[in-house]
Write a protein that binds this ligand. Structure first.
Ligand SMILES: Cc1cc2nc3c(=O)[nH]c(=O)nc-3n(C[C@H](O)[C@H](O)[C@H](O)COP(=O)(O)O)c2cc1C
Length: 195
């Protein structure tokens, strides 16, 4: 049994529910797991394993990148995994990006229209493009895996600037795209990676 922290930050709340589900699954798998908002985390030392989740909000949520940068020294000594929630991912067959093993929600990734000539939006939504700045924020942390999950887009919870970005730039449709089966499957994979 390991002591596991599933920490998260969120813009509109849906990543918190994924974190809670992961903690619940890992508890069922025999660990002492709890989810906690990133801004409530005041120590990491007591945990064996730390899962860090955040939505893509013009890149991984700024608070998550700041957290891993600030806590790089302690996190690089622990078993860590990241999870990212998002609504747009281009499928290019990669099982890793920037050297990090990926777990991809199969309902999230979409094949490009022309595989040998990606559009601007398709290139923007490559795993490699999302993960490079995350890895650059804290290069000493070597996550066991990075999960990319479908998220939830609730227009009622966004401000006008966020709405313009989401509708105009990434052209995402509102909806709840969370795939609970994939989230459960990832909890089982993480369990298998814990040593
Ligand atoms: C301002 C804004 C920017 C976003 N940028 C991206 C993005 O670049 N790529 C993507 O796939 N999803 C993007 N999303 C979608 C969110 O990552 C997704 O809705 C996520 O599930 C939100 O999680 P939350 O409910 O925990 O805030 C964006 C959403 C907002 C509001």
């Amino acid at each position: 049994m390991k002591k596991i922290l599933v920490m998260y930050c969120t813009n509109a709340g849906s990543t918190a529910e994924i974190a809670a589900k992961l903690a619940e699954e890992l508890t069922v798998l025999g660990h002492q797991a709890a989810s906690q908002a990133m801004d409530q985390v005041n120590q990491l030392e007591s945990y064996d394993v730390v899962l860090i989740g955040a939505p893509m909000i013009l890149g991984w949520h700024a608070a998550a990148k700041q957290f891993i940068r600030k806590n790089q020294a302690v996190l690089s000594q622990k078993q860590v995994a990241y999870f990212c929630t998002m609504v747009s991912l281009t499928q290019d067959g990669s099982t890793q990006a920037v050297g990090l093993p990926l777990f991809i929600d199969p309902q999230l990734a979409k094949a490009p229209v022309k595989p040998n000539r990606l559009s601007f939006r398709e290139r923007y939504a490559l795993a490699e493009n999302y993960l490079r700045p995350i890895q650059k924020s804290a290069p000493k942390i070597k996550p066991m895996q990075v999960a990319l999950f479908g998220g939830k887009l609730d227009m009622g919870k966004l401000n006008i600037f966020q709405m313009i970005f989401v509708l105009g730039i990434i052209r995402a449709q509102p909806g709840d795209f969370r795939n609970w089966a994939a989230i459960r499957q990832w909890a089982a994979e993480v369990n298998g990676l814990i040593s």
